[in-house]
Design a protein around this ligand. Structure first.
Ligand code: GAR
Length: 227
């Protein structure tokens, strides 16, 4: 898997559908990147099977093997750094990372989160969106900072919340968007098109419509402007 734009390491914990979307984007040429390695915090995950099938080096750094978060994070740093990635990609990585880990990769650590941040940080986002009466929901890719799910947003995609939605149905609709926007955000980063100014992520030096960030000014009690 070779590409001109640079290497990434993907950190996972479970199903790995976002990892698969990234692998597929590399394979079909939408994302010129090298996936140097996939590292899982859990053994025996579907994500690891996906990495093996794609022929990508893969490792487990099992958080249960470490008595403290800091020690786990140090082991993870060692493993990640051995691949010298330009960008570290969290794709369904479900461990909270320590400040020293996050600072080590400052400006080159990104995450995907299943909500329109800053709405619904944390877990169970789809059920919480339904409970809140939100008319739209979605996914965000953001730079990781020590504030959980709080870093500058690179791209968002919104989906409607429909009357008969369950958390599972809504999650599927959001996931389709996750798979679309994550490879795009990685490509923008590797192409050197992203910068952060005053806490905002700029694409080619300005905030552009394709980032979908105008949605950020809509609270979940407002009507989406597209109806
Ligand atoms: C995705 O929906 C991702 O956005 C979410 O976990 C799922 C992982 O699915 N991440 C978070 O909630 C992080 N806060 P996947 O393993 O199939 O990519």
């Amino acid at each position: 898997m070779s590409g001109a734009s640079g290497g990434i390491v993907v950190l996972v914990s479970g199903r790995g559908s976002n990892l698969q979307a990234i692998i597929d984007a590399v394979h079909d040429g939408r994302l010129p990147a090298d996936i140097h390695a996939v590292i899982s915090s859990e053994p025996g995950t579907p994500a690891m099977a996906r990495a093996r099938t794609a022929g990508i080096p893969n490792h487990v750094v099992n958080h249960r093997d470490f008595p403290a978060r800091e020690l786990f994070d140090q082991a993870l740093i060692q493993r990640v750094d051995s691949y010298e990635p330009r960008l570290v990609v969290l794709a369904g990585f479900m461990r909270i990372l320590s400040e020293s880990f996050i600072n080590h990769y400052s400006g080159r650590l990104i995450n995907i989160h299943p909500s329109l941040l800053p709405d619904f940080p944390g877990l169970n986002t789809h059920a919480r969106a339904l409970q809140s009466g939100a008319k739209s929901h979605g996914a965000s890719v953001h730079f990781v900072t020590p504030e959980v799910d709080g870093g500058p947003v690179i791209i968002q995609s919104a989906v409607p919340v429909l009357p008969d939605d369950t958390p599972e149905i809504l999650a599927e609709r959001v996931l389709t968007e996750e798979h679309r926007i994550y490879p795009l955000a990685i490509r923008w980063f590797l192409d050197g098109r992203l910068s952060v100014e005053g806490g905002r992520v700029l694409l080619d030096g300005e905030q552009r419509p394709e980032q979908g960030l105008d949605r950020q000014i809509i609270t979940h009690n407002d009507s989406p402007e597209t109806g």
